[in-house]
Ligand binder design. Structure first.
Ligand SMILES: *Cc1c(COP(=O)(O)O)cnc(C)c1O
Length: 442
């Protein structure tokens, strides 16, 4: 058994053809793929307490990088413990910008546009308010029905706050999996202030052609705000080249920043002189330690900072970013495409006969790094996988089991073994002893 050499393309190149290995169903083939995996060594950079636990939820909470443990220990014992308040001048005050510049390298942003700050939802609030103020004569916001609900809530909440001058249009999806750009284009006109979507949607994993989306929005004079929470660290991103105006993203998923790690924001240089944050905090003031009684916004993106940053969490995030930068996004995307394609192959051959359907795009160029599979008993199957089979995916209503494949540490054997455990749960009817009653966190 041998695996052919493969080469994979940039996901943004629509013309390129995918060359994938000829997948085979057995466990031995998974082990062959692992042997040929150029990123295999990165798995050793993560803390893996239990090798028998198949963790397919790195798109919700990434694993712990070993270097993070050391970094946190140093931050606590040396910086906080010994430096005390001197830490601010030594290292902490610049941390949101310094760590932001590392993220900038992963999102195709020249220096001075990315900052670590607050949470994804809060950053969305700040940037949407800024965008709407930049288009005062326009009153429509366009998003889509596959966007992350928190993003939709933030948009809904902003409308009454700004005096009910705006309306929100959610572009529908014909198949619950993808959004057709023509449907977006049809809803954008000279009244559209802002178009905001998730580059990779959280449920199906659909991947937008952001370059084309941006072209469509800009042609009508609208601004584009991109949420890259489910794509950063998994697919190539080129904010500057695509001309994205504003963006936000989460760091606890593929960037392995740790539970609740702070998010980041991007403000394109071209907008920076005019864009204003709706929250005028002292860290966004030009000279916070002058303690002026009048707010003067800081130059550049820094005006979007609000308050004392969560330093321990920002420092904890850095080790994960270093791993991403070392591995390189092209290599990561290449492995991700093979991982998800292999999983789709196994779903087709092993799980489809058991009643599963694919809830993600079939074309690898149109999806990120997670795959949803749907089954009428999805909720109970997911419970059985977690509690009985030592497999951690997650569940998204109404019937999606999401399988996240994190290229830095997910092995091909885990994909194979994961599918085999799902098969056993269904064949052996292990899910029947679980209730359909939803738990608080799925
Ligand atoms: C995970 C995720 C978020 C997270 O929002 P928080 O404010 O950090 O809780 C936001 N948007 C998308 C698209 C996500 O996938």
């Amino acid at each position: 058994m041998s695996v052919r050499k493969y080469s994979i393309i940039d996901c943004t190149n629509k013309e390129a053809r995918l060359k994938l290995p000829n997948f085979e169903p057995g466990e031995g083939f998974a082990r062959q793929l692992d042997k040929q995996d150029a990123l295999a060594k990165f798995r050793q950079a993560f803390y893996i307490a239990d090798p028998d636990l198949i963790y397919l939820d790195g798109n919700s909470l990434g694993r712990l990088p070993l270097a993070t443990r050391e970094r946190v220990r140093t931050a606590v014992e040396m910086e906080w413990g010994i430096d005390l308040i001197r830490g601010w001048n030594a290292n902490w005050y610049q941390a949101p910008a310094r760590v932001g510049e590392k993220i900038a390298r992963l999102v195709g942003a020249a220096p001075g546009q990315v900052l670590v700050s607050d949470s994804t939802s809060v950053n969305l609030f700040k940037l949407v308010c800024a965008a709407l103020a930049l288009r005062p004569e326009r009153n429509c916001i366009v998003s889509d029905v596959l966007n992350f609900p928190s993003d939709i809530y933030i948009l809904q909440g902003i409308i009454p706050l700004l005096g009910n001058r705006h309306s929100l249009t959610l572009v529908p999806s014909a198949d619950e999996i993808s959004i057709d750009l023509r449907d977006i284009a049809a809803r954008i006109d000279e009244n559209t202030a802002l178009v905001t979507v998730s580059q990779v949607v959280f449920k199906s994993g659909f991947l937008y052609d952001v370059e084309e989306l941006t072209r469509i929005a800009h042609r009508a004079g609208a601004l584009v705000l991109l949420d890259v929470s489910h794509s950063v660290g998994a697919v190539p991103i080129a904010f500057d080249r695509w001309g994205v105006d504003l963006a936000i993203g989460c760091t606890y998923k593929y960037l392995n920043g740790g539970p609740g790690s702070p998010a980041f924001l991007y403000v394109n240089h071209a907008l920076q002189p005019r864009a204003l944050s709706p929250i005028w905090g002292w860290f966004g003031q030009q000279t916070p330690f002058a303690f002026d009684l009048t707010y003067n916004p800081a130059e550049g993106a820094r005006r979007f900072l609000v308050s004392s940053p969560p330093i321990l969490s920002i420092l904890a995030m850095e080790a994960g970013l270093d791993l991403q930068i070392e591995a390189g996004i092209e290599q990561i995307r290449q492995k991700s495409i093979i991982l998800t394609s292999y999983l789709v192959f196994l779903v087709d051959t092993i799980l489809a006969p058991l009643g599963f359907t694919l809830g993600s795009p079939r074309d690898a160029r149109q999806r990120g790094s997670h795959i949803s599979i749907r089954h009428p008993e999805g909720y109970r199957i997911n419970r059985a996988l977690v509690e009985d089979m030592h497999l951690i995916p997650d569940f998204r209503e109404p019937d999606n089991i999401r399988l996240g494949l994190a290229p830095l540490y997910t092995s091909f054997w885990e994909v194979w073994e994961g599918v085999d455990r799902i098969r056993r749960v269904v064949e052996e009817e292990r899910y029947l002893c679980y209730s359909n009653q939803r738990q608080a966190v799925t």
